[in-house]
Write a protein that binds this ligand. Sequence first.
Ligand code: CUA
Length: 309
Amino acid sequence: MIRGLTGLSEEIVQKVFLYIAVISIAILVLITFLMIYFTYRYHRKRNPDPKDIRGNLWLEILWTVIPTLLVLSMFYYGWTGFHILRKVPEGALKVNVSARTWSWLFEYENGIKTTELYVPENRPVHLRLSSLDVIHSFYIPAFRVKQDAVPGMTTSLWFRAKEIGTYDVLCAEYCGQQHAYMLTKVRVLTEEEFHRWYEEKEKELEKERRRGLPRGERLILEKGCLACHSTDGTPRVGPTLKGIFGKTVTVITEGRERQIQVDEEYLLRSLLEPNADLVKGFQPIMPPQKGISTAEEIKELVRYMKELR
Ligand code: CUA
């Protein structure tokens, strides 16, 4: 490890960035200065008889060796930093991250799921990323970390947050219509606050499981439905879910328009094959829940939508 690299991603990236920037600026200034100076110094007026100069061994050695060393030092510095960024320290808090169009879901080891990332300060956090559909990229600008979430494989990322606070999470890979809104937050808590939160959430979850409470409201959040559907009547990329049950809508079935009344069967079909009866005026962009949600989850979602007045 290079001296001065603490293992904080933001510091590593910052230092390498500064190092490369300073060298680049110095070279830019030197070359610009020489260009201007030579134009002046060797102008026809001051230098009427041009001389044909062929080769200068020392000069050539110098301008080969110095840039080579500079570039190699940049590589070394960058590579060492990269190595630290790739090597997850032991005892890191593990969180699974699922990306889908267009939201993030975080899953902790005790089973709790959230749409915002909660982490304790000063402890390494190991994120294991995957995607349910297209390629997304998990990006926390404040921590200088970014990693693609790719369908069919698991990628990983780690960071250590040194300051309590709330930071933005962005998607940094164009993933369709709502890409720019694929935002969430990472909330850094004190160790103590984090533990309290962690245990509280775990208890809530257990209570729900034990009592078999309806989980619709939780599912609609966890499944990322709210990225495109509102529950308060506001139109978004998809139709609002408010009062959807019993409504008469115009849908497009196999290219033909028809009117239907939203019933249980229609809701079920819309979850499994969203484009089969597409509501007129909307794009066929919803990911089918077949294989993504379980039959029980689908049933809960339908029940929830039926009751959403
Ligand atoms: Cu997900 Cu852009």
